[in-house]
Design a protein around this ligand. Structure first.
Ligand SMILES: *Cc1c(COP(=O)(O)O)cnc(C)c1O
Length: 367
């Protein structure tokens, strides 16, 4: 009381926002499931690891939590050293960041001026057009083949004098198929040496098969190839935001320059380190998820669904105009899944009960 009514300050926006942002699509995150009476609901919309953190990882995070009044180690040195040793590459070639999406943003910032082009497959990871447009670069989206795979010859043909980067997502999110090692070597061989090829291996750990891409080997052999990896999926640390690139020294150095200072926080650093130390336990979880993926894909095909082979922790339903109806059927069964316009639906391999539920919904819905 007793306060004078004040004139409203003039909040008319005069601050200018970069026009490049008009072209930036908003990231659509996977939705959490709505609660349903008498039904356990599952979030299978974000390709998260359904397992809770390992006890050893939690303990490392708890111990480190007592020091969060301090800035993190800016050089991320212990994790960088551990990764370098594990991958048998010089530490100078490792660049960490706030998730591999963060690192990808740094890559585009480090390589692209306004109007430079970045080629990628489409549909693919929805962060691609966002980080490219944000940097003022131009996204060049090359349609997938009928089999939902990268069309590498078409991607090669899309490279122009303005192209600075090509992104290869293998396995491809959201459709699942992988590029083979031979296909990728062939492709990299044809890409001009001043164009960077980024191999996004977010789902590497879930890949099976003799023809799997050996990305580090390709990186070692070609100076214009970098590899992008993350602790978010197989390692189950999506909530902590840590990923990295393996890049030749000039690019790795540029990535250190474009990093948000102290971006990779202390808890993320210790959790990633502890996860590397618990590799066997994590591998066992990945093996279980891969077995579940095989079970789900086999059951769906048995039902008559034409789902592509997936090398990742999700399956793709190319539903087209039936997309929204399938999402609704899943929601009614307590599954939150991820629709992509009127292309289809991606469903993460989750707990066995969630996967059972998916198989039942798919059977009732019909292929
Ligand atoms: C999930 C994902 C990432 C990793 O994202 P983070 O930022 O590391 O959590 C990168 N690329 C693709 C294709 C993904 O699906």
């Amino acid at each position: 009381m007793g306060e004078q009514a004040r004139d409203q300050p003039d909040t008319t926006a005069e601050v200018r926002i970069r026009a490049a942002l008009d072209a930036v699509p908003a990231y659509v995150a996977g939705k959490p499931p709505a609660p349903r009476d008498g039904l356990t609901v599952y979030k299978v919309s974000s390709n998260e690891n359904p397992y809770p953190p390992l006890p050893s990882v939690l303990e490392a995070v708890r111990d480190a939590a007592g020091a969060i009044n301090r800035y993190p180690d800016m050089g991320v040195s212990a994790l960088t050293e551990a990764l370098a040793k594990r991958l048998a590459v010089p530490a100078a070639r490792i660049a960490t960041g706030t998730g591999s999406v963060g690192v990808l943003g740094q890559i585009i910032q480090a390589t692209c001026d306004d109007g430079d082009e970045v080629v990628f497959a489409w549909r693919s990871f929805e962060a691609y057009p966002i980080v490219v447009s944000l940097a003022g670069a131009v996204p060049v989206a090359v349609p997938l083949t009928e089999e939902h795979r990268h069309d590498l010859p078409a991607m090669r043909a899309a490279i122009t004098d303005r192209t600075r980067v090509v992104l290869v997502c293998t396995p491809n999110n959201p459709t699942g198929p992988t590029v083979t090692h031979e296909e990728l070597v062939d492709f990299v061989e044809q890409v001009p040496r001043d164009v960077l090829v980024v191999i996004d291996e977010a789902y590497l750990e879930f890949v099976e098969g003799e023809d799997a891409v050996r990305a580090l080997e390709i990186h070692q052999a070609y100076p214009h190839v970098a590899v992008l990896r993350t602790f978010s999926k197989a390692y189950g640390l999506a909530g902590l935001r840590v990923g990295y690139a393996v890049a030749h020294e000039p690019l790795a150095e540029a990535l250190r320059k474009t990093a948000t200072p102290f971006g990779v926080n202390t808890l993320a650093q210790v959790a990633a380190l502890a996860s590397l130390d618990a590799q066997d336990e994590l591998d066992a979880r990945v093996a279980d998820l891969v077995a579940e993926r095989a079970r789900v894909v086999a059951a769906l095909r048995e039902q008559g669904w034409d789902v592509p082979q997936s090398g990742a922790n999700f399956v793709w339903f190319p539903l087209r105009e039936r997309t929204a109806a399938f999402v609704q059927a899943c929601e009614q069964a307590g599954l939150s899944v991820r629709p992509y316009g009127s292309d289809g639906v991606r469903v993460t391999i989750g707990e066995p009960e969630a996967n059972d539920r998916l198989i039942d919904v798919a059977a009732a819905f019909g292929p």
